[in-house]
Ligand binder design. Structure first.
Ligand SMILES: *Cc1c(COP(=O)(O)O)cnc(C)c1O
Length: 465
């Protein structure tokens, strides 16, 4: 077989991809028809594709490339570690230096008494760990009947059987027999889409109190934990009303229910603090981490666990672990990533300088006739598309039709912006400069203009009745 390289014609690469590669969350035949986009290299916030287009990646890969692409230091860290110790496990009473160093660093960065880390290869695996961990914790505490985990509709916690069950994506639950037993979902704090005429803060309180109602309905003695993203990411960058989290915290405290903050997106500077829990004033018992932990340069995830839980868990053998729990190369890469985030004051810059600048530019997109709302915290933002601003109406067309049209215009304008239904979302590398933010906003506005024109042309600028 001849080598498959960046220099092959795009059409040949596309044909091979269609023949042999099954993509996640993708309709294979539709993709083959359209022709997959081939990304060949990247630097900073810019991707290059096989046709030589330079594309501004406002999604940071998949919410993860926090320090931007092309940092030589991470490549060096990986190469150094591969030469010295490419792999060793952490199962059988052994450890290694990268996993020790990363754990100590994470304990230092994490808030409160979150001081111990259980590693996984991804966010999904880490949330599977969390399911077993909280149930085992309560069994150890003599309350084995406390095995229910409450989550939220339209949450995203991963794609494995366990984490996909924690998630509240109806499309995922429709395939493959999810959810597993004893996972319950309450409604999300999505005021724009579900709040109707209510006051946003009243709505936030009401949605938080659904947790209390669910606990009362099931019996507090049955509930192990509540899991949530501080800000929902894949659900559409849904920023809850300010009233929501304090009420959730109060309810978890009142019933002694463990709180799992899924920080896979919010962690490592995304919201302008090291963790979303700090931005939103949450006191979790466990934080799920992945993505920005290594800026995506190597796969790694984990659960940062409070002293209270660690004390109980360390009093038994937890029959759980992954071959790559604490993989030395991933740990070395993550450490180097954290060093750069810290030494270059990237999180502070998001909080004080580039975040506020992006916020201003992003919110100006709300002036566009197609945009009903522009929300942003730190460097995760969303636009709600609407045919009628004043009423926040949905489109008469199937949900996602307008979002898809807009995303296609973005791509054509060399901007990666995703859509979730009819919400457009961004999560750019945290190192994005003011100049690049200007470019992002200009391309987004132009794409919205073109999307609006296309929707008019197709007769889709109609509100659902
Ligand atoms: C992406 C994501 C996950 C899953 O992480 P993977 O590394 O894709 O398994 C879990 N939780 C949240 C909030 C995520 O955004």
């Amino acid at each position: 077989m001849t080598a498959i390289t960046n220099h092959m014609p795009t059409a040949d690469l596309q044909a091979l991809d269609a023949a042999h590669h099954m993509h996640p969350f993708t309709h294979g035949n539709e993709l083959e028809q359209k022709g997959v986009r081939v990304i060949t290299r990247a630097k900073g916030v810019t991707l290059t594709d096989s046709e030589g287009n330079d594309i501004l990646d406002a999604m940071g890969g998949l919410w993860c490339v926090n320090i931007g692409y092309g940092r030589e230091e991470l490549a060096q860290a990986a190469a150094r570690q591969m030469r010295e110790l490419p792999f060793y496990n952490t199962f059988f009473q052994t450890t290694h230096v990268p996993v020790i160093a990363l754990s100590a660093k994470l304990a230092e960065l994490a808030p409160g008494d979150l001081n111990q880390v259980f590693y996984a290869g991804s966010g999904s695996e880490a949330n599977d760990t969390n399911i077993r961990m909280v149930r085992t914790y309560w069994a150890q505490m003599g309350q084995p009947e406390r095995n229910v985990i409450i989550s939220r509709k339209n949450a995203y916690h991963g794609s494995s059987v366990g984490s996909g069950s924690l998630g509240g994506m109806s499309g995922m639950h429709a395939q493959g027999g999810l959810p597993i037993p004893d996972i319950h979902h309450i409604d999300q704090p999505y005021w724009y889409g579900e709040g109707g005429d209510s006051d946003p803060e009243e709505f936030g309180l009401a949605r938080a109190r659904l947790l209390e109602e669910k606990i009362e309905e099931l019996g507090a003695h049955r509930v192990a934990a509540f899991i949530a993203e501080p800000i929902q990411g894949a659900g559409g960058v849904i920023i809850p009303p300010a009233s929501y989290w304090p009420e959730i915290q109060r309810i978890c405290d009142k019933y002694g229910i463990l709180l799992i903050a899924d920080e896979v997106i919010c962690g490592f500077g995304r919201t302008g603090s090291w963790f979303g829990s700090q931005t939103l004033n949450i006191r979790p018992d466990i934080m799920t981490i992945a993505k920005g932990l290594s800026s995506g340069y190597a796969p790694i995830g984990g659960s940062i666990v409070s002293d209270k839980i660690a004390k109980v868990m360390n009093d038994c053998e937890f029959n759980h672990g992954y071959t790559y729990s604490g993989h030395p190369v991933s740990c070395a890469v993550a450490l180097e990533n954290l060093r750069i985030l810290e030494e270059e004051k990237i999180v502070e810059r998001v909080a004080e300088e580039t975040g506020p600048y992006l916020q201003e530019k992003w919110q100006s997109l709300a002036d566009h006739p197609l945009v009903g709302e522009a929300q942003i915290v730190g460097m995760m933002g969303s636009l709600a598309l609407t045919p009628h601003k004043e009423s926040r109406a949905k489109f008469a067309a199937d949900a996602g039709t307008a979002g898809y049209i807009c995303r296609e215009r973005c791509f054509a304008n060399n901007l990666v912006m995703r859509h979730v239904g009819d919400r457009m979302i961004i999560s750019p590398p945290l190192v994005i400069t003011k100049e690049e933010i200007d470019t992002l906003a200009e391309r987004a506005w132009a794409s919205l203009d073109q999307a609006a024109a296309k929707l008019e042309e197709d007769g889709l600028m109609k509100a659902a009745s």
